[in-house]
Each structure stands twice: as structure tokens, then as C-alpha cells.
Design a protein around this ligand. Structure first.
Ligand code: GLA
Length: 412
């Protein structure tokens, strides 16, 4: 487990490491390092694509891209975590191909998708030389994809001397993921990676994209626990859930013609109309309608500092994701139930899309170390697996570090 200063040092280390890797591969120093964080979500799960409200915070784990402009239109990217290189041009990326005519590697579709989305928006996309690495674990529900997208978007904007409001950048990266990579995600991950503020939680309206940030009360810490489980079916199951939500809206529209999304359905209307819906549609939509309501109640509790009541809503959310939305798995259920039984834990639930990955826990700061150890032991005893568990500082959204800033270690 790391304290804030140690994590800052790790972040600086990762940034310095990609700068060094860049130097070794390209033979000259990089022009800058783009950093974009992953996220956890305290409440509002599977509601962003239903126009709901979410409460994410950026994590202190991030993707770092050391970059410089190339002297041609060609981009040359080195992925340290995959030990692979790819090269593409504005023409080849339209076909999702490298310069050599081969399919882009899966990881390369994220930066190529960002270049594609920038071009669609008529923003400058010159050739980029880049080396990148990430300490956001992949496929763990902590938005590693959004962090890669945002970091590359920042790098391209920087070398093109262009700028875009953070939320616009988030939308552009979501387009890259929806229309180029082919994952039909909502806006939450990209918005959190782009717009978060240090030490604060973001309250985002996923319809209007208006947001405000709220401080995490003194003495309360976020603990992230990684179940170690990765489910490859997550993409198709995610898209299925989205489709069922759309089906629910179509059915409810017969009685409530004014609605556009499940966001527009009150819990009372839902309860009245739900019996006419097929069982599966009813379960999924019930989660969404109640979760949107829960999130709005939770914001008031966060403002008043009632973390016990806030945590109880997190626990309710987990039960709903498990029983109604059916996106949990046995390991996540073990992690949350062990956590919920421990002293100092306000609330625990799975975070992100589910089907594996991480839980997010709100814990009384003075109990945090004991909590981490007891959770690790409890998970090992019940699930026979090791969980990586750490205290997470809510960090600021995507930014550019210049090599001189790096030397001065100005990270947050
Ligand atoms: C993934 C998606 C988000 C959101 C969450 C579930 O992280 O990328 O848009 O839908 O799942 O809340």
C-alpha cells in the first residue's frame, strides 16, 4: 500500500520512465508527456447510457504518453506494456490498418481511433512519435481504455497547438471508442479522465454533460480492491444490457410518450408500469431507474457528510447490480461482503461495467490500513485468490507535463 507522497513519486517515475523509453527508441528527447488517469465510480453504475447521473473520481493510476511531432504525416507508436510498435498514416488508419497494410493491433485501435475522431472534428492531426505505458490495470473496470484515449488526444492537441474544452475532448474520445474501436460505452469514463479535480468527486449529468465537483469529506478514503478476475465476455454482455434498456424505453413509451431515456421515468411510474414488461427487461430497467434515484439522494448525503447513509446506498447498489442487472460475479460478491463486514467500512460495491474487475470501498481513514489487510486476508480465505488492494487518491484530470516540470516533480 502506498501513501499519497509515494504514489506521486510512482507517477513521476512512470512519466520519467516513458520519457527515457522515448529517448532510447527515437534518439532524441520527447516534447512532453501526456498523462490521463483511470477512474473509480462511487455511484451511478450502468446509468450513463441511460442519461442518468454518475459520481466518479479520477484515480492516481494513469496512462503516460511521451511524445513529439514527427516530420511526416506518419505516426509511430511504441506500447511499452505490449512491447510492440505500430505505424499508421491518416489514410491507413481509415481502414484500421498499419502502414504495412496489416490490421492494427488491438491496443493500436485506441490511439488510431483518437486520430480518426480528431480528423472527423477537423482538428489538426500531424504525425506523432510516441512511447506509452500505463499503470491502470487493463480490463479491471478502472477505465484503462479511456485513459489511453485521453492521453493520446492531449498529445495530438499539444503538437497541433490546438485546444479543446475538457468535456469536448471527452466526447471526442467517446466517439473514438464507439465508432472506431466499436465499444458502445457511455460518457462517464472519458468525462472523469478529462475533467476530474484533485481530492474531489465529480457529479455528472450524462444528458446535459453539466457537472460539479464535490470534496470527499475529511477523513474518508477510497480503497480499490482488484478481484483479479477478468471476463472476456464483458463487451458483448455490456452491449446486451444497453439494448435491453432501449427496449424498456420503447415499452414504457406506450404509456409515457414524453420519455427519451430511463432517466425520464420516476420510480413511482416505473413500479406502476413494470408488471406489464418481460421479466428480464423489468429487472434491468428497475436497476437503472432506482440507481439514478440513489445517486441523486447520495449527492445530498455527500454534501452533508453523512457517509454512513451514503455507504448504505453503495451497498444497495451492489445488491442491485448483482441481482437485477446481473453484472457481478462470485469473486466480486465475496470482496464486497467481506468489506461490508469490516470495521470502518461505510460502503463497498463493484465499480465499472462489472463481470470481474474491481470493487470501490469508502473507508474511515483511521481504519484504512487495518481494512486493507483484513480484506486481503478475508478474500484469500473465501475465494482462494489474491486481491491487489490500495488506497486511492482522487486525482486531477488529463494534463501535459513538460520535461522540465517532470524534473520539478509537479504532478498534482
Ligand atoms: C463502462 C463504460 C461506462 C459505463 C460503465 C458502467 O465503464 O465505459 O460508460 O457505462 O461501464 O457504469
Amino acid at each position: 500500500m502506498h501513501n499519497t507522497q509515494e504514489l506521486r513519486t510512482i507517477a513521476v517515475d512512470t512519466a520519467s520512465r516513458v520519457a527515457e523509453i522515448f529517448l532510447r527508441r527515437f534518439g532524441h528527447a520527447c516534447a512532453g508527456i501526456a498523462r490521463a488517469p483511470g477512474r473509480v465510480n462511487l455511484l451511478g453504475e450502468h446509468v450513463d447510457y441511460n442519461d442518468g447521473f454518475v459520481l466518479p473520481a479520477a484515480t492516481d493510476r494513469a496512462t503516460y504518453v511521451a511524445f513529439a511531432a514527427s516530420d511526416s504525416q506518419e505516426s509511430q507508436l511504441w506500447a511499452q506494456d505490449y512491447q510492440q510498435e505500430t505505424r499508421f498514416s491518416p489514410q491507413s488508419l481509415q481502414e484500421k490498418r498499419s502502414i504495412a497494410g496489416t490490421d492494427l493491433p488491438a491496443w493500436g485501435k485506441y490511439p488510431a481511433g483518437v486520430a480518426w475522431a480528431l480528423m472527423q472534428a477537423s482538428l489538426p492531426v500531424s504525425g506523432l512519435k510516441a512511447a506509452y505505458a500505463s499503470d491502470v490495470p487493463r480490463g479491471a473496470g478502472l477505465s484503462s481504455s479511456a485513459s489511453v484515449e485521453l492521453a493520446f488526444a492531449m498529445a495530438w492537441l499539444h503538437i497541433g497547438a490546438a485546444s479543446l474544452a475538457p468535456m469536448e475532448l471527452a466526447r471526442l474520445c467517446q466517439q473514438a471508442e464507439n465508432r472506431y474501436v466499436g465499444v458502445n460505452c457511455g460518457i462517464m469514463d472519458q468525462a472523469a479522465s478529462a475533467c476530474s479535480e484533485h481530492g474531489r468527486v465529480m457529479h455528472l449529468d450524462c444528458r446535459s454533460l453539466e457537472y460539479q465537483t464535490l470534496p470527499l469529506p475529511e477523513g474518508v478514503v477510497i480503497v480499490v480492491a482488484d478481484s483479479g478476475v477478468r471476463h472476456t465476455l464483458a463487451g458483448s454482455a455490456y452491449n446486451d444490457r444497453r439494448a435491453v434498456c432501449e427496449q424498456a424505453v420503447a415499452l414504457l413509451k406506450r404509456h409515457l410518450p414524453g420519455i427519451r431515456a430511463l432517466r425520464d421515468v420516476s420510480p413511482a411510474d416505473f413500479n406502476r408500469l413494470a408488471p406489464d414488461m418481460p421479466h428480464e427487461v423489468q429487472m434491468r430497467a428497475r436497476h437503472v431507474v432506482q440507481e439514478i434515484d440513489r445517486t441523486q439522494r447520495a449527492v445530498k448525503l455527500l454534501r452533508s457528510g453523512d457517509m454512513r447513509a451514503f455507504g448504505a446506498l453503495m451497498n444497495e447498489c451492489h445488491a442491485s447490480l448483482r441481482d437485477l442487472y446481473e453484472v457481478s460475479c462470485p469473486e466480486l460478491d465475496v470482496l464486497t461482503s467481506v468489506a461490508q463486514s469490516l470495521t470502518g467500512c461505510y460502503g463497498a460495491r463493484l465499480t465499472g461495467a462489472g463481470f470481474g474487475g474491481c470493487t470501490v470501498n469508502l473507508v474511515e481513514g483511521t481504519q484504512a490500513n487495518a481494512f486493507v489487510q483484513a480484506l486481503r486476508r478475508g478474500y484469500k480465505a473465501s475465494a482462494q485468490r489474491h486481491a491487489e488492494i490500495y488506497i486511492c487518491t482522487a486525482s486531477q484530470g488529463a494534463n501535459i507535463l513538460t520535461p522540465s516540470e517532470l524534473a520539478g516533480q509537479k504532478m498534482t
